[in-house]
Ligand binder design. Structure first.
Ligand code: FCB
Length: 492
């Protein structure tokens, strides 16, 4: 799969279409993740995760922020379900905190933790909101990391057991299961560049983690269907849209190939084709012999997928790096002296044209159309869903006439243009079934702590108060009509 079509740099022309409509069964939702919103890190029998350890280690997160309190969703979940109901979304993508339900990552379940999710799922279903549940959104129980984490094959086996237990406990309440969220980040940022928990910088371990995550997905998918025949199973990948700096350059084309291998085909290959790409193994042969891939593993990793989740925020542009001067590393994945691009030293990530979000990520809605179409062309017949898309901006809360408002025009435009880009992909034949805005509310943005706000609801971290941003009002109009509203449509 290659997503290297040249594009004009920067934003696409603003979509003028006010007549764009979506299929009536198109699923609209919002997304969150447990560690980013729940808080209550030491309550209800929850065990520690790698993100607790990492965020409490000085210098790891901006300002030393942790998820100890976060949005206090553990206590405010009922209010949050009310907000989802008012938004009118048909689905909500949440994740289960593995250490909340199985504190040591192995062994007995914590009944309080399971009860928390059972109650939440029931409340969602009572409102007609379909729960899309991710089993792993990065919060590995610390005990499993102490035993080697994702570099250790045993973690995949523990994940299988955890998935089986969750399917048994909650299977009747879950609309669709997602095994992993963005295993790219878990492996390469967690074990390669170290900008995510557990913060290791061991290139060979990062590749082992890639495989053990793929294996964990396959084992979990099989276990879920074993317990709940006919269960809907997916995985969510942050596939990279990789552009060549000079589309005419063969060296840049090879740079695209190398980055796509690590970013995309290292997951799509084993999950959908039952093989690792030969060029990936060759490119990384000096780092690892991949002997952690055992006989039979690649049948296990390839399980039928009911839908493939795709997260999209921005694009990257690469070029061949000849070794002169400093290598540009504008890949959007945070600063580290260790590269997440394991084994690749002759590629650089060039600074792209704006506009940018507060993350410094370039805004390019056309990248989402390209991505959906390319995946569709490569895997025809595989239904797709955009499981995350959204933007951080420095929002300002204003109080006027006693009313609290956040006029987040740039987020409204971002969402408008990206939803329009999904519509364009549908028009061109991609089988896209749903779209989930990241995020329902401002939350703990990993290494950036609380400094980056992605929510369509504003969260006052001092009081926990939620305030609807204009983007939430706009999104409600979209999801309740199925027609793309104008960016000015933010009242009501
Ligand atoms: C994705 C993560 C999600 C959130 C967004 C901004 O990579 O899955 O938790 O942090 O980025």
């Amino acid at each position: 799969m290659s997503i290297s079509t040249p594009r004009t740099r920067g934003d696409a022309a603003p979509a003028a279409s006010s007549t764009r409509t979506f299929p009536t069964d198109f699923l609209w939702g919002t997304a969150t993740a447990a560690y980013q919103i729940e808080g209550a890190a030491a309550e209800g029998g929850r065990g520690p995760s790698i993100w607790d350890t990492y965020s409490r280690t000085p210098g790891r997160t901006l300002g030393g922020d942790t998820g100890d309190v976060a949005c206090d969703h553990y206590h405010r979940w009922s209010e949050d379900v009310d907000h989802l109901d008012r938004l009118g979304v048909g689905a909500y993508r949440l994740s289960i905190s593995w250490p909340r339900v199985q504190p040591g990552g192995r062994g007995p379940l914590n009944s309080d933790g399971v009860a928390f999710y059972r109650t939440l799922l029931d409340a969602l279903r009572e409102r007609g909101i379909r729960p899309f549940v991710t089993l792993y959104h990065w919060d590995l129980p610390q005990e499993l990391e102490d035993a080697g984490g994702w570099a250790n094959r045993e973690t995949a086996l523990a994940f299988e057991e955890y998935a089986r237990l969750m399917a048994t406990e909650l299977g009747d309440r879950v609309e669709a299961w997602t095994t992993l969220n963005e295993p790219w980040c878990s492996a390469y940022l967690g074990y390669g560049s170290g900008v995510h928990a557990p913060g290791r910088t061991e290139p060979a371990a990062a590749l082992a983690a890639v495989h053990h995550l793929n294996l964990a997905h396959g084992l979990a998918a099989r276990a879920i269907r074993d317990v709940v025949p006919g269960a809907q199973v997916s995985v969510t990948l942050n596939l990279h849209v990789v552009r060549a700096d000079d589309p005419a350059s063969a060296a840049d084309a090879d740079a695209v190939r190398k980055i796509e291998a690590l970013a995309n085909r290292a997951f799509l290959g084993p999950l959908l084709d039952g093989a690792y790409p030969a060029d990936l193994l060759a490119d990384t042969a000096h780092v690892s012999d991949w002997s952690f891939v055992r006989d039979g593993d690649l049948e296990l990793t390839r399980q039928p997928l009911d839908v493939l989740g795709v997260n999209y925020y921005s694009t990257v542009t690469v070029r061949h790096f000849a070794g002169d001067g400093e290598r540009a590393e504008n890949d959007g994945h945070g600063a580290s002296t260790h590269s997440p691009w394991i084994g690749v030293t002759d590629v650089e990530f060039v600074q792209q044209a704006g506009p940018y979000t507060a993350m410094g990520w370039n805004i390019q809605p056309a990248g989402l159309t390209d991505l959906l179409l390319e995946v569709h062309r490569t895997y025809p017949g595989l239904p797709l869903a955009v499981t995350e898309n959204g933007a951080a901006f420095d929002d300002e809360l204003v109080v006027a006439g006693g009313e609290r408002r956040v006029h987040d025009e740039r987020r409204v435009s971002y969402l408008h243009d990206h939803v329009d880009a999904v519509g364009a992909a549908l028009d061109a034949g991609a089988d896209v079934r749903g779209y989930f805005a990241w995020s329902l509310m401002d939350n703990f943005e990993w290494g950036y702590g609380y400094s980056k706000r992605f929510g369509i609801l504003h969260v006052d971290y001092a009081t926990g108060e939620r305030t609807w941003k204009d983007s939430a009002r706009w999104y409600r109009r979209l999801v309740t009509t199925g027609a793309l509203p104008a960016v000015t449509d933010v009242e009501g």
